[in-house]
Design a protein around this ligand. Structure first.
Ligand code: ZN
Length: 255
């Protein structure tokens, strides 16, 4: 329904009003920013999320300024390690978070109904920069396309497989791999279920996304996957095969 023009608030006025509300009600500590300025930022968690307006990592996790180091891009994609003379926005943010700030956790946060993942699946005609970017996950696209699932189920599976693909790519950064092996850094993969308004976490042991709980296993080299008979916790083939099995037994989560 169209609202009357007189009642419309200018989008930036909404931001200004929101900032005033944040200043008066949103922070209990009136010295929060001056303290953060003095002490510097020491976030323990880095979130790699999608630019999608519906899934703001700070908002959906009720975190305060200074708590999350956030990288957002189209589809929450991490490219593989590949230093050269080109500017790499995502890799630079990851490097700063890990090597300068020393974050202890990296969380890749994908989500349902992701426009970037849809572009990966269906093409990016008319756009200049999207194809090579979402194409970073082209192997995930190919593997999911071979699953034989219905198109909408494939799209959802691709959103989740891309989270795994990004986690796998994080481990191609040598200084991430070293820290993970030493137990100084742990990786986590979440997928935000918009239909239910809550995230699900990747469980590397069972290779599926499960409701959040206190006992979520991080992804590292010590995960014992022998019980599942599967090769590696971040195998895209293994993940898709598991999802196809699940689809045969029960409705796919979130579908
Ligand atoms: Zn998205």
């Amino acid at each position: 329904m169209k609202r009357k023009a007189g009642l419309m608030v200018h989008p930036l006025q909404k931001l200004i009003n929101g900032f005033e509300r944040f200043r008066s009600e949103g922070i209990d500590d009136p010295h929060l920013f001056s303290r953060l300025l003095e002490d510097g930022q020491k976030p323990e968690v880095m979130v790699i999320g999608c630019a999608d307006s519906r899934v703001d990592p700070g908002v959906v996790t009720s975190c305060k300024p200074g708590e999350l180091f956030i990288l957002r891009n189209v589809a929450a994609i991490v490219p593989p390690y590949g230093p050269d003379e080109q500017p790499h926005a995502a890799s630079a943010a990851i490097e700063f978070g890990v090597r300068r700030l020393g974050v202890k956790h990296i969380l890749v946060l994908g989500h349902q109904a992701c426009g970037g993942i849809r572009a990966l699946a269906e093409g990016t005609v008319g756009l200049e920069f999207m194809a090579p970017w979402v194409g970073v996950m082209d192997d995930a696209r190919r593997i999911v396309a071979g699953s034989g699932l219905e198109p909408e189920a494939q799209l959802l599976l691709l959103e989740q497989a891309a989270v795994l693909g990004s986690l796998r790519n994080l481990l191609t950064f040598p200084w991430i791999e070293q820290r993970v092996v030493r137990g100084e850094l742990t990786l986590h993969g979440w997928w935000f279920n918009l239909a239910e308004g809550r995230p699900m976490a990747f469980d590397p042991l069972h290779q599926r996304f499960v409701p959040l709980s206190d006992t979520i296993r991080p992804i590292d080299h010590r995960v014992d996957v022998t019980a599942t008979g599967r090769a590696a916790p971040l195998s895209l083939e293994g993940f898709v095969a598991r999802a196809v099995e699940d689809a045969g037994m029960a409705p796919f989560p979130g579908a």
